[in-house]
Write a new protein. Structure first.
Length: 254
């Protein structure tokens, strides 16, 4: 087994241990960071947590994230959210809007869109959902995460082979990084699960610029290109991943 894989296994075991003995370690714990902290994936996002210290946020969360123009806000209460325009409440057109924790949110500069990156855990299951807001409606822009997952899997698919030869495929994590200045696109990162299930691919990631609301991939960034262009935006998760990559992995196209 390659040394990098042994390191991933060691880190994964350490994360699990830390989750039990150090409950404030954000890598595993579902306890909150201080309210309105920068996001785990993106420093431009807002961490969706205002829980009482020592509790999980789903039971205590009640917060509003205002749009840049100040005219709209996403209101999160426990594990549900809606949009407020003035005194008007607008619910998601497709039904109840759910978000667990950890989670983070960022509005587009033009206050027309916002995204939520969230997971039920911490190591895997991360997804980014993008929404468009009008004066009377909130709708999810479909297939954004799916498009990125399919593109990333073409070169970085995580497939675990069991002792009996059974092959298990694990979907990559999807986390948003930054809106383009004119709100026409969103930089999104796909990441192989950073533990031993993904073996040599563990923690590999790549960046994509996706058109909004079209959902098409406009540009791709290797980890090194992503860090060069967006270093000041990368949250702790991607900074940690990048430090663990080999020189070849850092240059690899997504």
């Amino acid at each position: 087994m390659k040394a990098v894989n042994l390191r991933r296994i060691t880190l994964s075991c350490a994360y699990v241990l830390m989750a039990h003995v150090c409950p404030n370690v954000h890598a595993q714990s579902r306890e909150c960071l201080p309210g309105h902290s920068p996001g785990f994936w993106s420093k431009r996002a807002t961490d969706l947590c205002t829980a009482v210290k020592g509790t999980v946020p789903d039971a205590t969360r009640d917060m509003r994230i205002k749009s840049p123009d100040g005219e709209r806000a996403v209101h999160i209460v426990r594990d549900s959210w809606w949009v407020e325009v003035g005194s008007k409440r607008i619910d998601l057109a497709s039904g109840r809007a759910y978000v667990s924790y950890p989670a983070e949110l960022a509005w587009s500069p033009n206050s027309r869109f916002f995204y939520v990156t969230w997971s039920e855990g911490n190591i895997d299951g991360w997804i980014t959902q993008v929404y468009e807001v009008s004066e009377s409606d909130v709708r999810e822009i479909p297939n954004v995460a799916r498009t990125i997952k399919e593109a990333f899997d073409q070169r970085h698919a995580c497939v675990s082979v069991g002792a009996d030869g059974t092959r298990t495929r694990y979907e990559p994590n999807i986390g948003a990084l930054a809106w383009l200045g004119d709100s026409s696109g969103l930089v999104i990162v796909a990441e192989s699960i950073p533990d031993s299930r993904c073996d040599a691919q563990a923690g590999e990631f790549g960046g994509y610029v996706v058109s909004i609301p079209g959902g098409n991939i406009l540009r791709r960034y290797s980890p090194s290109e992503l860090v060069k262009r967006w270093r000041g935006v990368l949250g702790r998760r991607l900074q940690g991943n990048y430090a663990d990559l080999s020189p070849e992995q850092k240059r690899a196209e997504p």
